[in-house]
Design a protein around this ligand. Structure first.
Ligand code: SDX
Length: 425
């Protein structure tokens, strides 16, 4: 901790309040405002634009430079040289695994990919046309019912087991949402496959034939999961931390993260991008939609554009665009109409003063939907894909918080309601 100080003087107050200033290993300094409540003062920051909610060593984002580091490693290098399972290990443990650590971790995850047979029955209660995120919120929250003997959150072994279980079971649950929706039998995970290969197998194989997973699509799926793995204190991760700060079990906390991710302003944007591209429908309509996106009186926004932190290209979007090229090329869809509209839309927006002035660039959701659709994944499952990818990030932040000293999260408010008044009569 530095001995830097901030000094706050407020009209009408005699004293100047001295506040400690802390420096991180990189990034902005923070002012510790905790003592203000003792002076009868709150800070005010709806949307937490300027608020650091915690210490963390997992992910660092420099929004102005378009930098994203996971435990110090740039996302571009992880996307090129690592894979999803290794990135899960890195986020959870802080270092890249040795060969034997990786094998042990991958085997542990593999061992937990199956679900309790009773939990499979939960799906019978959902209508076939239920949104898959509604199913995921329900079944993930229910997982704790099957593991209530191993939920001592102050026991590192229980935390590790819960982390491995949830990382391993999310792809199985996601594929089951799809099979339930189309009326096909659930497919069991296969132990000779990687997590991402297994996901495509459980999604698209049937009991009537041997699995046949396209390696190009499996690699693309793996990189998509990797690109979504973590993103510091975004809305869903902050939700997981807040739920975890009450001592709730990890499955309930992940379920709360899934619920928060569902919104179109957050993880639901990938589904919203595809719906937007279909609505645009033709390159000739792009200008009309750009005009609507700039119109304050029109609620329409360019989905997949803009970001609270990135005021430069989202580095994940650059990798995603490259994967998009590769997948469409492999599938002979390089002239995919939606991809053509997306590329044209990106070009026009990046040259438009409104977007330049507000530093609105494509984010992680802009291209991912096109790749997922090309792989054959239905739009309604796009945010489930995001949730599967983000699970290692969520559970790593939960673990980081629960394994350190933490307090229950309990923000205050600027009260604008009635002052005290007596009940009439
Ligand atoms: C994710 O936090 C994370 O890290 C999230 C995420 C992760 O990995 O966890 O990166 C994943 O959620 C990516 C974002 C996906 N959402 C979308 O693509 C939806 C479209 N984007 C917007 O809804 C918006 O950009 C947000 C929600 C992403 C950011 O909102 P902010 O930071 O609150 O910004 P804002 O709404 O205050 O916008 C600032 C200005 C406004 O105009 P003015 O009032 O200044 O005139 O920019 C405009 C906004 O109207 N604006 C847009 C726009 N996004 C912002 N105008 C048109 N289209 C857009 N997409």
């Amino acid at each position: 901790m530095s001995d830097k100080k901030a000094r706050l003087s407020i009209d009408g107050m005699d004293e100047t309040i001295e506040l400690p200033v802390y420096e991180g290993s990189t990034g902005p300094d923070v002012v510790d405002v905790r003592s203000l409540v003792g002076k009868g003062i709150f800070t005010y920051d709806p949307g937490f634009v300027s608020t650091a909610s915690c210490d963390s060593a997992i992910t660092y984002i420099d929004g102005d430079k378009g930098i994203l580091l996971h435990r110090g490693y740039p996302i571009e290098q992880l996307a090129e040289k690592s894979d999803f399972i290794e990135t899960c290990y890195l986020l959870l443990n802080g270092e890249l695994p040795t060969a034997e650590e990786r094998e042990e971790f991958e085997n542990s995850i593999r061992y937990h990919t199956m679900l309790h047979e009773q939990l499979r029955l939960f799906f019978n209660g959902f209508p076939r046309n239920a949104h898959p995120m509604a199913v995921m919120v329900g079944v993930v929250g229910a997982l704790s019912a099957f593991y209530h003997d191993e939920l001592k959150i102050d026991d590192p072994a229980h935390r590790r087991l819960a982390a491995h279980r949830i990382i391993a079971k999310m792809p199985t649950l996601g594929a089951m949402c799809y099979k339930h929706a189309i009326g096909q039998p659930f497919m069991h995970p296969r132990n000779e496959m990687s997590l991402s290969e297994n996901f495509l197998h459980m999604m698209f194989s049937t009991p009537c034939e041997e699995p046949d997973v396209n390696p190009v699509l499996a690699k693309a799926m793996d990189t998509i999961f990797l690109l979504h793995a973590d993103h510091e204190q975004n809305a869903s991760t902050s939700t997981v931390r807040l739920a975890g700060s009450t001592g709730a079990n990890p499955y309930a906390c992940i379920s709360s993260g899934i619920a928060a991710l569902w919104g179109p302003a957050h993880g639901g944007a990938n589904e919203a991008v595809l719906k937007m591209l279909h609505r645009i429908g033709d390159e000739s309509k792009i200008d009309e939609f750009i005009k609507r996106a700039k119109d304050k009186d029109d609620p329409f926004r360019l989905m997949g554009f803009g970001h609270r932190v990135y005021k430069n290209f989202d580095p994940r979007a650059k990798v995603m665009r490259q994967i998009c090229d590769e997948v469409l090329d492999d599938l002979g869809l390089e002239d995919h109409p939606l991809f053509r509209i997306a590329r044209k839309l990106e070009k026009i927006a990046l040259e438009d003063e409104y977007f330049i002035e507000r530093k609105l660039y494509p984010n992680v959701d802009f291209y991912s939907g096109i790749i997922l659709q090309a792989i054959g994944i239905p739009t309604s499952l796009f945010t489930v894909i995001f949730a599967i990818g983000r699970t290692p990030g969520w559970i790593s932040h939960w673990n980081e918080m629960v394994s350190s000293s933490y307090r229950i999260g309990r923000p205050r408010q600027l009260y604008k309601g009635h002052t005290k008044r007596d009940y009439p009569g």
